[in-house]
Design a protein around this ligand. Structure first.
Ligand code: 13P
Length: 254
């Protein structure tokens, strides 16, 4: 983290939360945020589609942001079951996650589709949180940086910049497993991502663009991870479902 980037703590609720439990969590977070004077971090939650409206109402003007977990690449039309970025903006979302590894793996999402979704997000005025990260087999084969480079160049649209894009580095093998890379390994990949962003978008955009770490971040390891110079926040799954844990991670921002 450096002074010119404001930390971003984002909760990805995945396919969790029904009715009251999601709303209670949102209300608890909103209360914490309202009571916090002069927060030096940005915080947001990405509930499932079904809860976005209610969570948005619960968050009100607390300062906790609202996002979604996916969007379609096209604005409207005959796409049964899909939700467009414009619809999410309509609901009050400011962010949308695209290219999460669970969608790449479970819905065969390839880089070009992720890129099209990020473009749709930008067109709707949303900030795209674009996820990348290697599998365990790729890491074991020494291909981590190659995979990250390929996903970055294929998934980020040309119009990406600090104002409309966040990159989330999530090693697939660290998601939901309780395992994380070492701090040195995380910093190595994040610095590599920033160098790639610098080469493509120029130093000013790359210096402002936030790169989040995701994968088993929790209250015990957050402080060390968030202190790394090219880690600008976290994308948190499991621990974002408990107000206490999620808030504690946010409090760990330098
Ligand atoms: P966990 O924090 O549960 O490992 O999930 C990380 C993630 O996939 C966030 O998008």
């Amino acid at each position: 983290m450096t002074a010119n980037r404001r930390p971003l703590i984002a909760g990805n609720w995945k396919m969790n939360g029904r009715g009251d439990d999601g709303l209670v969590l949102a209300l608890q977070l909103a209360e914490r945020m309202k009571a916090k004077k002069g927060a030096t971090f940005d915080i947001l939650v990405c509930p499932p589609f079904t809860l976005i409206y209610g969570v948005g109402q619960a968050l009100d003007d607390s300062g906790v942001g609202l996002g979604a977990q996916d969007c379609h690449a096209i604005e409207s039309g005959a796409y049964t079951g899909d939700v467009s970025a414009a619809m999410l903006a309509d609901l009050g979302c400011a962010y949308v996650i695209v290219g999460h590894s669970e969608r790449r793996a479970g819905h065969a999402e390839i880089n070009s589709l992720v890129r099209a979704k990020a473009e749709a997000a930008h067109a709707a005025g949303l900030i795209a949180i674009i996820c990348i990260g290697e599998t365990e087999a790729e890491r074991d084969a020494g291909k981590t940086l190659d995979v990250v480079k390929d996903q970055l160049s294929g998934s980020l649209p040309d119009g990406a910049g600090a104002a409309n894009t966040v990159v989330a580095y999530e090693p697939v093998w660290a998601i939901g497993t309780g395992r994380t890379p070492t701090n040195d390994e995380v910093q190595e990949v994040h610095a590599f991502i920033r160098a790639e962003l610098t080469a493509r978008f120029g130093p000013s955009e790359a210096q402002g663009l936030r790169i989040l770490y995701g994968g088993s971040m929790n209250p015990n390891n957050a402080r060390e991870l968030l202190a790394l110079s090219d880690v600008d926040g976290g994308l948190i799954g499991g621990a974002s479902l408990r107000c206490e844990d999620f808030w504690s991670i946010a409090q760990s921002c330098p």
